[in-house]
Design a protein around this ligand. Structure first.
Ligand SMILES: *Cc1c(COP(=O)(O)O)cnc(C)c1O
Length: 398
């Protein structure tokens, strides 16, 4: 249990509506492969402007299914960012393909489109474009680059539910988009994810791969199918190497409740971001991440970037100080290429992606969730201000 004065880094927003939907599922006797998953799929697909939604048990599973359905395999190269959650690169490794990392643009924190273009060669099969911290900046350019080169764009919009760019919704820019519903995301299902796409072939393959490689078109009737041998139909037929990445009806019910409230949730997050903006505006030694392009950012976390004069040790001292005052803060994100197993396997070294490394060493994620109050934001900003000033003074004294 959190102590009374603890402000966590994030907190899910679950209402009586989600409870009601979950209870209905529990009482229905149908806990997997049922109508709630389909409802959830329709809601997310519709919101992202896509024809198909394929619910899965995590965002990572969704990315894996898309990679597999695109035929990404050993020897292929896939371009992605070093500044992200590990899953956006791991999905390339699941298929034994090679992650071709490119540096980020220091303002949007998404991949630099020029670097993406420069990284393409004859082995390149796809780009995994990440909408970092809920910003779709450059996603349209990644789509153009992918098109021009005859490769796929996979949109990792796990942090961007509800975001738009030029009037176009997150999830609809690439061959497929993937959302994540872990409890720190804009909406949650506990654990869960969703592939969205307009490509019926990708949709069918993802459905099959999600469901143990059962034939495309297998009716979702496991529980009602007769178990007397020959009547099993296609349920026990496996046409390809598949997985069990299904989302349960219970989890989908939470997701339906959350999607029904999505606009209210996004509005709350916007207003929390605004509270931070106002209170941080006069601090000269940090900048906040702001939407840079013609779209709506969907706030995932609230990130501040310390000025270049701050060292990694000083940043970590600030995070420690906040935590000592029961304020959740984190170092989002450590660079993927410097994770031990990436540097071991691919020989990545510090200095290879200087912009990503510099940003990763100076960013702090502050507490961010729908019901964060004005007085809590005051307390957080005051603690951050003090910790930052004290770290700067110590440096001058030293
Ligand atoms: C959250 C997230 C994912 C998926 O995470 P899961 O925990 O597997 O749902 C993938 N990519 C990014 C960038 C994320 O932030």
């Amino acid at each position: 249990m959190p102590t009374p004065n603890e402000i966590p880094l994030s907190r899910p927003d679950i209402t009586a509506r989600e409870e009601e939907l979950v209870l209905a599922v529990l009482r229905s006797g149908r806990l997997s492969i049922g109508p709630m998953v389909e409802r959830f799929e329709q809601l997310v697909a519709h919101r992202s402007g896509c024809r198909f939604g394929i619910a899965v048990n995590s965002g990572t599973s969704g990315l894996h299914l898309v990679m597999s359905s695109l035929g990404i395999a050993q020897g292929h190269e896939v371009i992605t960012t070093p500044f992200s959650f590990i899953a956006s690169a791991n999905c390339i490794l699941f298929q034994r393909a090679i992650p071709k990392l490119v540096d980020i643009d220091p303002v949007s924190l998404n991949m630099d489109p020029l670097a993406v273009e420069a990284a393409i060669n004859s082995r390149t099969k796809a780009i995994v474009g990440v909408a970092t911290f809920g910003s779709l900046t450059h996603m349209d350019l990644y789509a153009k680059i992918a098109d021009a080169n005859g490769i796929a764009l996979v949109e990792d919009c796990c942090e961007a539910m509800g975001a738009t760019l030029g009037g176009q919704a997150a999830g609809s820019f690439g061959t497929a988009g993937v959302f994540g519903f872990y409890p720190n995301k804009q909406i949650t299902t506990g654990e869960g994810g969703m592939v969205v796409t307009n490509d019926s072939g990708v949709a069918e393959l993802c459905r099959s791969l999600r469901n143990q490689g059962r034939p495309i078109g297998t009716p979702p009737t496991s529980q009602t199918t007769s178990t007397t041998g020959s009547h099993m139909g296609s349920w026990l037929k496996h046409e390809r190497l598949g997985y069990n990445y299904r989302l349960s009806e219970v989890n989908a019910a939470i997701g339906v409740g959350q999607m029904e409230r999505l606009d209210a949730i996004l509005a709350k997050r916007n207003s929390v971001a605004h509270m931070y903006h106002q209170r941080l505006a006069d601090i000269g030694w940090l900048t906040s991440l702001r939407p840079q392009s013609s779209g709506t950012m969907s706030w995932f976390v609230y990130i501040v970037e310390l000025a270049k004069e701050f060292s990694l040790a000083q940043r970590d001292a600030i995070i420690r100080s906040l935590r000592e005052q029961n304020i959740g803060a984190a170092d989002y994100f450590p660079c993927i290429h410097l994770q031990p197993f990436y540097s071991r396997q691919f020989g990545f070294r510090p200095g290879m992606f200087p912009v990503a490394e510099s940003v990763a060493e100076r960013t702090i994620a502050l507490p961010f969730y729908n019901d964060l109050t004005e007085s809590e934001v005051d307390r957080i900003v005051q603690a951050l201000r003090r910790a930052g000033e004290s770290v700067k003074t110590k440096r001058r004294a030293a």
